[in-house]
Each structure stands twice: as structure tokens, then as C-alpha cells.
Design a protein around this ligand. Structure first.
Ligand code: UDP
Ligand code: MG
Length: 314
């Protein structure tokens, strides 16, 4: 029997891009046709699109038995859409890619070669980051170096969700049901035998990127808070250092008062110290709150996504 390869593609408002994607994967000269030693399954997750994405997907599914779809009841975000995909794929391995063809399907044969060699997680790393503002590039570099230094495993920069995962990795990811998801970190967390391949990321073919700065910031905070408790430790260390300094200063004040006597003075310095400490306390409370909020959301134990319709039989 041929090995089965699942291709998982989360789609959010991608009606214009889907025909191109279908052509690249299942068309005459598409990847699935050229690799006929494998059986393919293409699982499209409709993440609550507001355009005709679902209709387009259904059209293809009717004409082509390889096309499977899961339609979520609303927009849950890419991270949750991916989890629904992990639950519904049935292949011996799975390839995750974006619907906008920024992840070239031409890389799939190479990924499969490494998989056959025994690698369980073949991830594609971008050679360059494509069209992006200077600020965004700087920001992202600084972010990854911080994340790497504070968490115990390698969360790689310039590596997105474009990768091939073996059945074992899929099982591992399925078991991770947290609702505050940072899938990129999870790939690093699960371990397994990894292999990197390089690729040149193109620009989006159609439509617009649905990530705004706010989303990126949220995902960034997600990454830190779900993979490291370093900020908590950091606020504890700052607290400790400040109390040490305050203690030494107190000794100095006492000695000064005893030896020389002390006329009352120093309102400005008092003000500065109070404001500074107030700031540090609020910051620490904020950090605590971030983690507490996550515990709150996790404690509710809600399902991570809801399916409204699908053509996958489980
Ligand atoms: N996506 C999704 N749900 C969302 C946002 C995005 O499923 O809420 C999908 C989108 O359809 C695409 C992929 O995630 O297939 C990457 O999105 P996008 O191209 O907008 O992000 P970028 O390439 O800018 O990181
Ligand atoms: Mg994109």
C-alpha cells in the first residue's frame, strides 16, 4: 500500500488564492500528480472565512476525492485552525502550508525524501524574510533572541509553520490541548528528529495578510508566556535587587542620623523612589496578571475550536 501524505492548509478569506493553490497541488503538473508513489489527502480548514472560501472548497471537494475540508463555526485564528487539522488528518505524515502560496509546494518532494530517510520533523527555513519593514525585521530578531535565551529549547527564527511532520509528531501535537496556543514553540517542545531545509519565501499571491501589528504583538506575548516563566523570575530579581539597595541606603541613613544628626530634607529623592517603586510594582503585577489570565482561560477547559461541517469521516 502507498504511504498516505496529508497536506494541511488553514484558510481564512482565501477565495482568490484557492484556484492557484489547487492548480499547484492537484493540477495537471501539480505536486500530487508528479509524486504518484504516494496517496495524497488535502485537508483545508475553513477558519470562519467571511468570503466564499467554503463554497470554493466544496466545489473542489465534489470534483476531487482527495480534497477534504473542515469548516469551523467562526474565526478561531490560525493556531486553533491548525489544531483542528491535527485532529482530522489521517496520513502517515502531514505537511502544513499556507493557502497563499508563500510556501512553495515545489519543496514537498525534498521534504518527503528526508522523511523517507527517517527524519520526523522536516521544517523549511526562510533564507530571507521577503518584503518587510526594517522595524518589523529588527523587532522580530530581538524577539527570537530573547525567547531563545529564556526558554530551554530552540524556538527557531525564520521558521514558520511550513513543515512535514511524521505520524508520531502529529500524535504528540494532538495531545497538547491548551487553548492559548503557540504552535511554533510546540514544534520545538515535542522534539523528535529534526531536519532543516532552506527556501526563498515569495510574496503573497493574492489577497492581503490577515496579521496586523496587534495580532503579532499578541502572538509574541503568547510565545513568551506559554513557553517561559522568565518574566516572573525577572520581576522577583528586580524586587530583590531594589530591596538590597534600599537596605544599604537605610543603614547609611541611620548612621548619618546617629553620627551627624539629620535636618529633614530630600523631598525630591523621596518622590523619585516612591514613583519608581510604584512603577516596578505595577509592572510585576501586570506580569503576574498575564500568567493568571492564561491560567483562567485554561481552567475553563473549553474546546479549542468548534466544527460546523466537514466531509471527513472519523
Ligand atoms: N489564517 C487562518 N486564520 C486566521 C488568519 C490566517 O487560518 O485567522 C491562515 C491564512 O489563510 C493563511 C495562513 O493562515 O493560509 C497565513 O496567513 P497570512 O498569509 O495572512 O499570514 P502571513 O503569511 O502574513 O504570516
Ligand atoms: Mg501569508
Amino acid at each position: 500500500m502507498n504511504k498516505k501524505v496529508s497536506i494541511l492548509i488553514p484558510c481564512f478569506n482565501e477565495e482568490e488564492g484557492l484556484p492557484l493553490l489547487y492548480e499547484a497541488l492537484c493540477g495537471q503538473s501539480g505536486i500530487c500528480e508528479s509524486l504518484n508513489e504516494y496517496e495524497f489527502e488535502i485537508l483545508l480548514i475553513n477558519d470562519g472565512s467571511r468570503d466564499r472560501t467554503l463554497d470554493v472548497i466544496k466545489c473542489y471537494a465534489q470534483a476531487d476525492a482527495r480534497i477534504k475540508y473542515v469548516s469551523l463555526s467562526r474565526n478561531f485564528g490560525k493556531e486553533c485552525a491548525m489544531l483542528s487539522g491535527f485532529d482530522y488528518v489521517s496520513g502517515d505524515c502531514m505537511i502544513i502550508m499556507d493557502a497563499d502560496l508563500q510556501h512553495p509546494p515545489a519543496l514537498i518532494p525534498e521534504m518527503l525524501v528526508y522523511w523517507e530517510q527517517g527524519y520526523e520533523d522536516v521544517y523549511a527555513k526562510r533564507k530571507s524574510r521577503g518584503k518587510e519593514s526594517w522595524l518589523r525585521k529588527r523587532f522580530s530578531l530581538a524577539y527570537y533572541s530573547l525567547l531563545q535565551k529564556t526558554s530551554r529549547f530552540d524556538i527557531l527564527e525564520n521558521v514558520g509553520d511550513f513543515r512535514l511532520l511524521d505520524r508520531k509528531c502529529i500524535e504528540a501535537l494532538r495531545a497538547m490541548r491548551e487553548s492559548e496556543r503557540y504552535t511554533k514553540g510546540m514544534f520545538a517542545w515535542i522534539g523528535f528528529k529534526k531536519r532543516e531545509i532552506l527556501f526563498e519565501q515569495g510574496d503573497r499571491q493574492t489577497g492581503v495578510s490577515s496579521w496586523r501589528f496587534r495580532d503579532l504583538l499578541n502572538l509574541g506575548i503568547e510565545g513568551i508566556t506559554s513557553f517561559t516563566t522568565a518574566p516572573l523570575r525577572f520581576s522577583a530579581i528586580v524586587g530583590f535587587v531594589i530591596s538590597m539597595v534600599a537596605f544599604i541606603y537605610m543603614c547609611w541613613v541611620i548612621v548619618k542620623a546617629v553620627v551627624w544628626g539629620d535636618p529633614v530634607a530630600g523631598f525630591p529623592s523621596l518622590m523619585v523612589v516612591i514613583l519608581f517603586l510604584g512603577g516596578v510594582q505595577l509592572l510585576s503585577l501586570g506580569i503576574l496578571g498575564e500568567y493568571l489570565g492564561r491560567i483562567f482561560n485554561e481552567a475553563k477547559g473549553r474546546p479549542v475550536y468548534l466544527v460546523s461541517e466537514t466531509n471527513v469521516e472519523k
